[in-house]
Design a protein around this ligand. Structure first.
Ligand SMILES: [Zn+2]
Length: 259
């Protein structure tokens, strides 16, 4: 190895979250983020609604598996803010691809790009809101597609929301129910009625997105879609068509929402 490079590694070791040394991110990990976004809402059971309205369309840039998990964990919780420069451009490209698909739903209306808020504890631990980086990139990508978009961090978590880690899907739903509120500034920025696109980092059950969608709809706004960096793939036995869930699962969802 070149002596200068060797010295640099001793002083400032860098590695891709997957373990590859001497690069901030490797070509393999970057390649996972270079493809086209895919629809992911069918893999998120908590996005099912009771009013026969189909779940909000969610586009995910990549499945939340393998090295992508490492990248996200290091980016969010291990201080790798430099990974903004990998994920931001990737989300911007994804949003530019999604933009034309959204145009029929948007018409001429300008769109508000609303990041899903972190819990207060997570924000304090991280010293920032990583999702805002993604939301800013989505705003730019929609601009690239000729859509009038603006970033509106309109929401906050209520204090009662516990950390989601270790909770099952049902408990997560209870934990989140009513745990999202509109901030005063957000309410002013959205005005009477805005068309909104949500942005989050990882889609798992959809409980968080559903809570955010509810909060915005209750305030009179329209949520036309959501875009996430990565989505947890559904279990293998659930990959078949879920457009007609069994009566039991629908009832179960209803019970969860009553809390
Ligand atoms: Zn890597």
């Amino acid at each position: 190895m070149h002596p200068v490079r060797e010295l640099a590694r001793l002083l400032l070791p860098v590695a891709c979250p997957c373990g590859e040394l001497d690069v901030r991110w490797c070509a393999g990990c970057a390649a996972h983020l270079a493809g086209s976004p895919d629809r992911a809402e069918r893999g998120a059971p908590r996005l099912d609604r009771l009013d026969r309205v189909p779940p909000v369309p969610v586009w995910a840039l990549t499945p939340y598996t393998g090295p992508v998990r490492d990248v996200v964990v290091h980016w969010k919780d291990r201080g790798r803010v430099d990974i903004d420069r990998l994920l931001g451009p990737a989300m911007r490209r994804a949003a530019a691809r999604i933009g034309p698909v959204l145009v029929p739903a948007l018409g001429d209306a300008p769109v508000a790009v609303v990041p899903v808020p972190s819990t207060g504890a997570a924000r304090r631990a991280r010293g920032r809101e990583p999702v805002t980086v993604l939301a800013r990139a989505v705003t730019q990508g929609l601009h690239d597609a000729g859509i009038r978009a603006r970033l509106v961090p309109a929401l906050a978590r209520r204090g009662t929301g516990r950390d989601q880690v270790g909770l099952g899907a049902r408990a997560r739903g209870r934990n989140l129910s009513g745990a999202v509120r509109m901030t005063r500034r957000g309410s002013r920025a959205l005005g009477q009625r805005s068309v909104c696109i949500l942005v989050d980092d990882v889609l798992t059950t959809g409980a968080t997105l559903a809570a955010v969608e509810r909060a915005l709809e209750e305030a009179g706004h329209d949520v036309v879609g959501a875009t996430v960096l990565a989505a947890t793939p559904p279990p293998a036995h659930e990959t078949e068509d879920r457009t007609a869930p069994a009566a039991g699962s629908r009832q179960e969802t209803e019970q969860n929402l009553k809390v």
